[in-house]
Design a protein. Structure first.
Ligand code: F6P
Length: 341
């Protein structure tokens, strides 16, 4: 069996741990051969490959990023893209493909499956917004980094009696903001799922100052004020139609400063949340996903994705993962609200 492996979309701590799990078990237990595809779906599209065997995966478990490279190439949007990729996969003698990615990468995997190609999906995103799995690897690392940043912001905010705003990633889902804000004791958490009321935010900020604490606001990049719109960096779209977000933190700082008279500053964590070494939790989850993905190949469970349910790794149809986004339920947000203000 000749198995292709690719990583697509935004990178994520733990990708290398998945690749290592796949290759180690595949070679040692089943004698499979592997082909690494470079830069997401660009690899199959242009026939860009790299050698992938046990020597290539040695020492990569704690390393961030992906040894295969990644991109947001969307085969479905390229004229004849799916057909070109299929032809290259056939020419290279690929019997099965393991696609490690988020909603977009796995959406392309679903289309390839519908064309009859043998694909297994592995869920990846720091945003934790993929359906069908309780958690994605990378999320725990992103939350740990954001929590550490919030802890640091608390002490400097208090020294200067300032409002400090921490903008975290999360385009449509506020999981990183919710978890890091809760773990870091934020004064307010603003997420894309719930439009925020500026008067309410101002009242939370003022009540925090009354208690002699400096307010920390954690805001997801996709959060929006009531009746407002997402704030974007510029108008360019990637091949999956996503705009570049960022700016809500600065906008919010201006608003609260104008309305409370207290100085407000913003820290945008950006790609710091995505880079670097995965936490132990993410290393274990990613490794288990890798090991189970190769079992799915052996069982010919084509069109499925490995997923975490409780503490078990299960298989779910790829469509389940890509159909709808897993957003923060209102009950989870209401829990966090007990600490606002
Ligand atoms: O896909 C995860 C994500 O981290 C989003 O939260 C964020 O909007 C996006 O990636 C940023 O991606 P890029 O690195 O392409 O700007």
């Amino acid at each position: 069996m000749r198995v292709g492996v690719l990583t697509g979309g935004g990178d994520c701590p733990g990708l290398n741990a998945v690749i290592r799990g796949v290759v180690r078990r595949g070679v040692q237990e089943y004698g499979y051969e592997f082909v690494g595809f470079r830069d997401g779906w660009k690899g199959p599209l242009e026939g860009l490959t790299m050698e992938l065997g046990i020597p290539q995966v040695r020492g990569i478990l704690p390393r961030g990023g992906t040894i295969l490279g990644s991109s947001r190439t969307n085969l479905v949007k390229i004229d004849g893209g799916i057909e070109r990729a299929e032809e290259n996969l056939r020419k290279l003698g690929i019997d099965a493909l393991i696609a490690i990615g988020g909603e977009d990468t796995l959406g392309v995997a679903t289309t390839l499956t519908e064309h009859g190609f043998h694909v297994i999906g592995v869920p990846k995103t720091i945003d934790n917004d993929l359906s069908g799995t309780d958690y994605t690897f990378g999320f725990d690392t992103a939350v740990s980094i954001a929590t550490e940043a919030i802890d640091r912001l608390h002490t400097t905010a208090e020294s200067h009696h300032r409002i400090l705003i921490c903008e975290v990633m999360g385009r449509h889902a506020g999981w990183i903001a919710l978890h890091s804000g809760m773990a870091g004791g934020a004064n307010a958490i603003l997420i894309p799922e719930v439009e925020f009321d500026m008067d309410e935010v101002v009242s939370w900020v003022e009540s925090r100052f009354k208690a002699s604490y400096a307010p920390i606001i954690v805001v997801a990049e996709g959060a929006m004020p009531k009746g407002g719109e997402m704030i974007t960096k510029d108008a360019t779209l990637d091949s999956f139609g996503h705009v570049k977000l960022s700016g809500i933190g600065e906008w919010l700082a201006q608003q609260v400063e104008d309305r409370t008279g207290h100085e407000a500053r913003t820290t945008v964590l950006g790609h710091i949340q995505r880079g670097g070494s995965p936490t132990a939790f993410d290393r274990v989850l990613a490794t288990r996903f890798g090991l189970n993905a190769i079992e799915a190949v052996k069982d010919e469970a084509w069109g499925t994705m490995v997923a975490l349910k409780g503490t078990d790794i299960v298989r779910v149809p790829l469509q389940e993962a890509t159909g709808t986004l897993k957003t923060v339920p209102i009950e989870r947000y209401d829990e966090a609200k007990s600490f606002f203000g």
